[in-house]
Every structure is written in C-alpha cells, then in structure tokens.
Design a binder for this molecule. Structure first.
Ligand code: PLP
Length: 396
C-alpha cells in the first residue's frame, strides 16, 4: 500500500500490544492476572453517570464549541485556579477527548522541525512518539531510581541548548510512581524562565498522591504564561472510556489548539462534558475512597515486590504504578533484559506486566532492568499475582 511516509515516525503504545496479547491468552482459556493496564478498576461514580444520562435526555446531543462548552470551561478554570493557586480564565481552557490529545495538539501548535524537546525517560511513550512525528528532536531526561525517580536538575541544565523549546514533566509519574519535589520544580522553573522555555506539565495523576503533597510548576512565579497543564477525568473519576480531559494554557495557544480540534473532531462529545461538570462540582467522596484504596494497595504491592528474591521496589509516591528494579532477578535467572522476564512471567506465571522498554529506550549508561506493575487491581489479585511470580521464578 502506498501510504504516507510520515506515519512511520509515529509509534504504538506498547501497553496496548500487551493488552492484545493478554486478551488472546484469555480467549484461549488461559488465566492471566494483569498488572498491565493503566486505568482504575473502579466504575464511574453514579452521580457522574446520571449527569451524562440526564444530558442525553435533555438533548445535549448537538455540536458544541471546539474549545468545549463554556460551563465546563468555567468549572475547569475554577478547579485549576483553586488547586494550583493561579488565576485561570475560561478562555485559557480547552476541553479534549481525554487528556492525551493535549499532548498531540499542544506539541503540534508549538514544535517546529529541529526544535529540541526534553521529556522524562522512562516515561509515557506518547511524548517521544509525537515529538518524532513533528520532526522535533526528542531529548530524554533520565529519571533516577536513587532520587526516587525524580530527575537530576544539574544534569538537566546540561541538556538545555539554544534549540530547546519545551520541557515535558509528569508528576505523579507513569511508569515509576515517582513525584517531582517542590525543590526540583523550583529548579526546573528557574531554568524555564532563564531559557524562555515552554513546559507541558502532565498532571493527570494529580489527585493520586500517597506521600507528600502534589505541586504544579504552573503555581511558581513566571510559569503560568509558559505552561500547558494537562489534566482530565480518566483516572481521577474512573472515566477512561468516556474520553474527557483538558488543557490549560495561554489564550493565544488555546485558540490554536481549538483550531486543530476544528480540523479534527470538531468538538468533544457534548453530553459527556455535562457529566464532567458534575464530576468536578459534585461529591468527591468516590475520589477519596478510591485514593484511600490505592494507598493500601500501594503498600501491599511494594512490600510484596520487595519480598521476591532479586526484586527491589521503591515506595511509590503517587499514580497507581510500582516500578521495581529487577536487575538481580534477571541476572539470577538468566534473562538478558526486562522484556525477556516480562515474556516469561506472561507465559509461565500467567502474570501480565510491562517491561522498562515500553517506556522508552534505556538512557545512556543505564544498566538496570525494571518492570511496571499497575496496582489498579484487587488486593486478592495482587497477592495471587506476586505469589505466582515467586513460584514461577523458583521453578526456573
Ligand atoms: N498522561 C499520562 C502520563 C498517562 O499515563 C495517560 C494515560 O495512561 C494519559 C496522559 C492519557 O490519559 P487519557 O486517557 O485521559 O487520555
């Protein structure tokens, strides 16, 4: 088929490939415990579902503005203003189908060929994929286990060149569960102001914090005007399949992102946006309950992983991922890398996890191996899955 060359630069998200593999194994009658999926195992809270149903019944089923309906943009402006302690105008809010399009659209609006973009590695693979798609130059910022998966801000200074245009941050982080400290954010903000850089701050896990406090770089002096905040409903309100998220950014940029939306999906689904208003303004008990449950599972999985010979796991600070170092287990059992271990666990333990390389190629000098476990699954599954891993490794 004679297809466009540019598509060869766009990557697939490895998590979806593993999910396909798990589905196939399930269909063949295999019993797989999955730690591979990055979504809450909770249902969308009832008040939000009812708001969506009501909006359909009230025929909120027509096209809306590309940037999103005003009442939701006002609600988001108020929510982000309160939680990040900044003044946000509804014209600085763009509603999108999920948080992910904010990455695609804001990078399209900002990046020219040859522009360098710093991004966290290991990190959400879509960042690097979209940078490459735009002929930007992806520059990985290593996240370091010895710094609880924060970055070395001194090293970051060395990565900045006259061609650097934007820094992508993600805290709490996928896949490590790490968080950037207020101290590190202040150092990054100082560099961004000094070098006149944009920051895309992916804050999709901002409500899932177990240790310390969430901080947004947008709250720091001189940052709001150069920051795009990505947040949304998928994780916080267990709404992954609804597809609802948003970006908060300077108005001029918001207009460009809305123009891209006009050319692509016209607007985000109208009645779902009404459910979003209920999510942000209704009772937050479901969020507190879910986060309390994740906190317990976080302790359970970290302790369980640390009890597996050859695994060592830092206590995750947020999101719902644990990222154990499995270098020693690979060495002891003769796996060349985390991908081989991941395949062994899938086919011999019936446990699905993701390898380090699903989150970017290893950094220069990085010689450790890691796996990502999503603990958005029941405590029984966590205990059973870890037991299976122990047994399968012991049997090898
Ligand atoms: N950003 C990060 C770091 C994520 O892990 C995800 C989803 O896994 C997203 C963005 C996308 O979220 P959404 O499903 O709202 O598009």
């Amino acid at each position: 088929m004679d297809t466009a060359i540019r598509l060869t630069k766009l990557s697939m998200e490895n998590a979806f490939a593993v999910l396909n593999e798990v589905n196939k194994l399930n269909a063949a009658g295999k019993d797989i415990i999955s730690f591979a999926i990055g979504e809450p195992d909770f249902d969308t809270p009832d008040n939000i579902k009812q708001a969506g149903i009501l909006a359909i019944e009230q025929n909120k089923t027509h096209y809306g503005p590309s940037a999103g309906i005003l009442p939701l943009r006002e609600t988001v402006a108020d929510y982000i203003g309160r939680t990040r302690k900044i003044a946000v105008n509804p014209n600085e809010v763009v509603i999108t189908p999920g948080g992910k399009p904010v990455i695609y659209y804001s990078l399209h609006a900002l990046i020219n060929p040859g522009d360098e973009v710093l991004y966290p590695n290991p990190g959400f693979p879509i960042y690097e994929s979209v940078i490459r798609f735009l002929d930007g130059i992806p520059v990985p910022m290593p996240l370091l286990e010895e710094r609880n998966f924060s970055l070395d801000t001194e090293h970051l200074k060395e990565l900045i060149t006259p061609r650097t245009k934007l820094i992508i941050l993600n805290s709490p982080q996928n896949p490590t569960g790490g968080m950037l400290s207020a101290h590190d954010l202040a150092a990054i903000a100082e560099l961004a102001v000094e070098h006149n850089l944009w920051v895309l701050s992916d804050e999709i896990y901002s409500r899932m914090v177990y240790d310390g406090e969430f901080n947004s770089i947008s709250s720091l002096p001189g940052m709001k005007e150069r920051t795009i905040i990505l947040d949304g409903f998928s994780k916080t309100y267990a709404m992954t399949g609804w597809r609802l998220g948003y970006g908060v950014m300077p108005e001029k940029l918001a207009e460009l992102v809305a123009r891209l939306i006009t050319n692509c999906e016209s607007c985000t689904n109208t009645f779902i946006q009404y459910a979003g208003i209920e999510a942000l303004t209704g009772s937050q008990d479901s969020v507190s309950n879910m986060v309390a449950e994740f906190r317990q599972r976080c302790d359970l999985i970290a302790a369980g992983l640390n009890s597996i010979p050859g695994f060592s796991c830092k206590q995750p600070a947020g999101a719902f991922y644990a990222f154990p170092n499995v270098t020693e287990a690979c060495r002891q059992h003769g796996f060349t890398d985390s991908k081989e271990l991941q395949q062994y666990l899938l086919h011999n333990a019936g446990v699905a996890v993701l390898p380090r390389t699903a989150f970017g190629t290893k950094n220069i000098g990085e010689d450790n191996e890691y796996l990502r476990f999503s603990y958005a699954t029941s405590p029984d599954n966590i205990l059973a899955g870890l037991q299976r891993i122990k047994a399968a490794l012991a049997a090898r």
